[in-house]
Design a binder for this molecule. Structure first.
Ligand code: PLP
Length: 385
């Protein structure tokens, strides 16, 4: 490993609770994805919402170094932050654009996905004024009923958008509603609808360079839906979107959440712990306090969940507070003040997975990753120079 690959980028201020982002693992995950995929298939790395909470610019740089053909984000600001971070690669804007965003999209060379003739017209006008042609990806709604031109009424709209000289029809896309479950029937129906639109476009002579439908679930389980490129977000981060989708061996999480024990209390039988007296000690107990709480994105649970201390699992006791959680370390006497604790991730042979946290949060893995708050500093391992 080169010295550059070992670089650790520390936050400005020390805080005994932090997120570790292992960019070397991210590169390794990309390498495994590249080895797994058909050679011509292009990878678009979806890095919206701070690369699902991992840090947009460092993840984008590592993704592009690892062979991603482009990036995708959801908001104008996310796109501009990447440009200001020195990223020149193509960036696709997911979702719908407000007319007020179009000039900035053009100025920063952010590729819009369009599904509305009025937005297409406004984009064309702005592009003409700027003396340029704007690349666009047509969004087809094949079953999400969110953004996109409805699949069975698509052709007249496509024709209207395509007639603008200042728009360059670069891509056509859709999005799966359920691609990572065992039941693929709706995904296959969406694929069929997308193919119908593509065939009609071909027949009318509308040529596009990039056709794309797959997210991670589709990439893993629906190779017949790969087309020219796939838009994957969660897989390079080392998290599989469901328990049932195909696995690629060696892919591991990039994010670990850690904290240090900031206080140890030896409490007596009958003593209570924390707000609301939610835990009462049945016997003498050794309680560790971690300076991390719901203000950092930890789910606000009571007497639920575990963390890893000295390679062992320690249960949470009492209520999660804004800045603190309390853990029972009675059975881990070797745990000392400022001991490093894993809140989410691996320690030795034990693991608190993103999916464990999702159950605790009563939500999904995506929400857990993106849900850690900015207050928690990030330490990047293997940051590019
Ligand atoms: C339109 C679109 N494409 C692709 C993705 C990437 O999904 P995943 O993280 O499951 O790969 C997302 C994320 O939600 C999305 O909204």
């Amino acid at each position: 490993m080169s010295r550059k690959m070992k670089t650790v980028q520390q936050p400005r201020w020390y805080r005994p609770a932090w997120i570790e982002i292992d960019l070397n693992q991210l590169r390794q995950n990309f390498a495994l994805i590249h080895a797994d995929k058909p050679k011509p298939l292009r990878i678009i790395s979806v890095i919206k919402d701070q690369a699902y909470g991992h840090g947009a610019v460092p993840v984008a740089k590592a993704a592009l170094e690892s062979g991603a053909a482009g990036l995708a984000v959801a908001t104008l600001e996310e796109g501009v932050v990447l440009r200001e971070g020195g990223i020149a690669a193509p960036i696709l804007m997911l979702g719908e654009r407000h007319p007020n965003e179009l000039r900035d999209c053009l100025h920063h060379r952010l590729t819009c996905s369009v599904s509305d003739v009025r937005i297409a017209k406004e984009l064309a006008t702005s592009a003409e004024e700027a003396g340029t042609a704007a690349p666009v990806h047509l969004k087809i709604d094949t079953g999400m009923s969110r953004y996109g031109i409805r699949w069975n009424k698509a052709l007249p709209t496509i024709a209207e958008i395509a007639r603008h000289r200042a728009l360059r029809l670069e891509g056509v896309m859709s999005h799966f509603a359920m691609s990572d479950e065992t039941d693929k029937s709706f995904a296959l129906e969406q694929l069929g609808r997308f193919q119908t639109v593509l065939a009609a476009m071909r027949e009318k002579g509308f040529a596009v360079k990039y056709r794309h439908l797959c997210n991670t679930g589709g990439f893993l389980d629906l190779p017949q839906a790969h087309f020219d490129q796939v838009r994957i977000g969660i897989l390079p981060l080392g998290v599989f979107p469901s328990a049932v989708c195909r696995r690629i061996a060696g892919i591991e999480p990039v994010m670990t959440v850690k904290a240090q024990i900031a206080s140890i209390q030896n409490i007596e039988p009958g003593d209570t712990v924390g707000y609301g007296l939610r835990y009462r000690a049945p016997a003498p107990r050794r309680i560790g306090v971690l300076p991390i709480g719901y203000g950092d994105g930890f789910p606000r649970v009571r007497n639920q969940g575990e963390v890893l201390v000295c390679g062992k699992r320690a249960p949470l006791v009492g209520s999660v507070a804004m800045d603190a959680i309390t853990i029972d370390i009675t059975d881990i006497p070797e745990a000392q003040l400022w001991e490093e604790v894993v809140v989410m991730g691996r320690q030795g042979s034990e693991m608190i997975s993103v999916h464990d946290m999702a159950r605790l949060k009563n939500s999904v893995s995506y929400d857990v990753l993106a849900g850690w708050r900015e207050r928690l500093p990030k330490v990047f391992i293997g940051a590019s120079a």
